[in-house]
Design a protein around this ligand. Sequence first.
Ligand SMILES: [Mg+2]
Length: 264
Amino acid sequence: MSTPESQLSILLDDPGRSALLSDIDGTLCRIVDRPENARVPAKATKSLDVLCERLGLVACVTGRPALVGRSMVGAEGVTYFGNHGLELLRPGDEQPEIRLDSEQVDRAARFIADNDSPVWVEAKIRLEDKGPIQALHWRGAGPRTEALVRQIADHAIAVDLTAHWGRKVLELRPPDMEGKAGAVERLLAANGFETVVFAGDDKTDLEAVRRLQEMRDMGQIPNLLVVAVGSSEGPEELFERADVLVTESDEWIALIARLAAHDA
Ligand SMILES: [Mg+2]
């Protein structure tokens, strides 16, 4: 029988032409009430460090700023695509390369500065400044807060920002941002990888998965394996499209660890 472990080992068939891509929050660590308290287990860091030595590419594609992603994961050989692809931080780089027009960079932050009110704090909305993307978290708050967040989203859309909904989080982004779909395509396009494994848990990951599966269908990725971390909050379509469904981030980390421990 084909186990998730044996499915994942396709990365080692031709490791130099294999890429491992993973989301961070909800995938390499558990979702917690306050995003600043999320911790990537040391086992994940160690395993990714080992795999960086063996695979053609190991990348984390995250909604966090790229530098935050690197400090959370801690693996120096990993490429970090931050803010859903707006920032590319290669191993050894001190600062990420920003892939956005300068006038778009602070649009969402200006919207927050113009509209933030004490009512937001009372409603237990927590702001996360992700540079070009501004996130409003409401985990732990009730339906009234969610209704308020929906009003804020409507207002943001009216002034030409885009609203992206995640697991108890609204992200306000500049328009025309391609998100993780554009990120994975750019990461993979020029390199001719034979085998790609992608893991994620949320809507932004679904965008990436749709694009990866299109690339596979067009013959650009001969072997593609999609891993989804299941939850009651994640998008059903992601789970339907996944080749491997795990129940929590620790299970994904255990798979990575076994892959790293696999004989070279
Ligand atoms: Mg996630």
